[in-house]
Design a protein around this ligand. Structure first.
Ligand SMILES: Nc1ncnc2c1ncn2[C@@H]1O[C@H](COP(=O)(O)OP(=O)(O)O)[C@@H](O)[C@H]1O
Ligand SMILES: [Mg+2]
Length: 437
């Protein structure tokens, strides 16, 4: 039932888009500017991703089998398919209303009304698929049906939704977030690029044995064993207070380790100071971003490069700027003037300035607007695709495990479960505890 997982993941995305449309509609109604470039990229995304790829997958593979096995679903499926069919026309109407907004006044009101009703329609469509269709599909379809459907959904060579198309959706989404008004996105004037090349998973890069760490007499980590391979994206998930931040701080050397061993790149670094660990390539984006507010954005980025040879810094700055153009636009401003989402990009950019061999991210999605949550995970995916080894700590277990190769579940200082991201997402215990399902 991989297909259902993929659909649910895409639904999360669509829901975020719908919520975003409501938010921008409110903003425009209270006098906000209509950002044409933003809406154009948003409509392009809906057109490419939702109307052409997401709906096509359901229409071609899921619905026909379901109709065969559960004829009673015919009415619902017919309605959903009619809505799919109607998508491009609704989108044309939205584009026309957007074009008319240049005139302002009444035209703006017609546009925001259309945005709201579209958001409403997307939400009710998603709800109906999740609540009516998917439970039925789980029940009625046979193992053979699922094998066929999953094969189609997982076909990486498919021109509409294979890996090449997905990389394009990611780029498009990245543009939307950059161009979105600052209250919900990054508020930039240009989109920037997420670069590609791909590196396979390799040798063990980090191995931790029996790590313990204490606050006074309280043991916050009670013997952690884990490993991360070259090029892997590993997630550590757990509730608030489980010890995730303590783990990252102990790994980067700013929190004392009371027992255990850390082997990084075949070297025992257990006794090394934190700056020396950073020189070895362990670079962290800390919880709560922790940018230096009074300092200019560019100087914050340079701080991340203090262990690097001077000659590398300018080139690395340009690389970070090409990924996050908003940081370039604002590079001379104090970091404290940035929005939460922009500060998160700055914190990631600063960590990248250290040229990490392994990037540590502590709850990068915390406190962000929906579009930005998605974008942070897109940025993490793009970094992984470039071959970066990433250790991602999150309370947002579903989103983190969805993109992770492997995951660990941390409960009050102990690892209680481990497996591939997908195994953990479908594990009943994890679902109950962290996914709120
Ligand atoms: N500076 C501190 N002093 C004392 N106890 C702390 C301190 N920081 C964290 N703790 C305790 O350690 C445990 C783990 O905290 P933390 O690593 O921040 O968890 P998480 O990042 O998973 O939310 C919690 O019980 C927390 O109360
Ligand atoms: Mg924490």
């Amino acid at each position: 039932m991989e297909a259902l997982r993929i659909i649910t993941e895409e639904h999360q995305n669509l829901w975020r888009i719908a919520t975003t449309l409501d938010m921008v509609a409110d903003e425009i109604d209270s006098g906000g500017h209509v950002e044409t470039a933003f809406f154009t990229s948003l409509f392009d995304y809906i057109d490419q991703f939702m109307d052409r790829a997401h709906h096509a997958k359901e229409d071609s593979y899921l619905f026909p089998s379901l109709l065969r096995r559960a004829p009673e679903a015919a009415a619902i499926i017919e309605r959903l398919q009619a809505e799919h069919h109607n998508g491009p026309e609704v989108l044309r109407d939205l584009r026309a209303k957007l074009a008319a907004t240049a005139a302002g006044g009444e035209a703006n009101a017609a546009f925001t009304a259309a945005l709201r009703s579209y958001a409403q329609a997307v939400k009710s469509h998603v709800r109906s698929e999740e609540k009516d269709v998917m439970p039925l599909a789980r029940e009625a379809l046979t193992a053979d049906d699922w094998a066929d459907i999953d094969k189609a959904f997982l076909d990486n060579d498919d021109p509409l939704f294979g890996s090449k198309a997905r990389a394009e959706f990611r780029e498009l989404f990245h543009r939307i977030v950059n161009l979105a008004p600052e209250s919900i996105g990054l508020g930039g004037h240009s989109g920037g690029a997420l670069q590609k090349p791909i590196a396979p998973v390799g040798d063990v890069l980090l191995k931790i044995e029996g790590m313990e760490s204490c606050y006074g007499r309280i043991k916050a980590l009670k013997g952690i064993d884990l490993e991360v391979r070259q090029g892997e994206l590993v997630a550590l998930v757990g509730a608030n207070g489980a010890g995730k931040t303590t783990f990252l701080r102990t790994l980067s050397g700013v929190q004392p380790m009371s027992a255990g061993r850390i082997i990084f790149n075949r070297e025992d670094i257990s006794g090394l100071r934190s700056d020396l660990r950073m020189r070895r390539g362990i670079c962290q984006s800390p919880e709560g971003r922790q940018v230096f507010g009074p300092l200019a954005i560019e100087d914050n980025l340079r701080l991340g490069a203090y262990t690097r040879p001077k000659n590398d810094v300018e080139g690395d700055l340009e690389r970070v700027y090409s990924m996050f153009p908003i940081l370039k636009e604002k590079r001379h401003l104090p970091a404290g003037t940035l929005s939460g989402g922009q500060q998160q990009m700055l914190a990631i950019g600063r960590a990248l300035m250290g040229r990490p061999k392994m990037l540590l991210l502590d709850e990068p999605s915390m406190g962000l607007a929906p579009l930005l949550v998605e974008e942070v995970f897109n940025v993490v995916k793009a970094l992984k695709a470039q071959g970066m080894t990433i250790f991602l700590v999150e309370q947002n277990a579903f989103a983190a495990l969805a993109i992770a190769d492997r995951g660990y579940v941390l409960e009050t200082g102990n690892i209680t479960l481990t497996g591939t991201g997908q195994e953990l997402i479908s594990n009943e215990q994890v679902r109950a505890a962290y996914l709120g399902m």
